[in-house]
Design a binder for this molecule. Sequence first.
Ligand code: ZN
Length: 89
Amino acid sequence: MTSGTLICPKCKSTDIAVQVIADTHTKKRSALWWVYFLLIGWVIEVLMWVFVTLPMLLIRIFHRRPLETTIQKLAVCQHCGHQWKLKRT
Ligand SMILES: [Zn+2]
């Protein structure tokens, strides 16, 4: 996938490839989080799954809403290899 309108800020080349990256916002879980999880977290996780995740899945199945993952576009210069993130359009 290429776009002729993009110009590399480094070498001014217009030979730019655009990659689409889905940012899923995964965070590393701390040791404290695991202590919390073992104590009461799993109960909340189960309740969340039953009362939030399952209805959410059903809503998504029936309504076909777009996923709320951030779509990040990454431009890669084919000339010098410079990479930069594009703003959402
Ligand atoms: Zn370049």
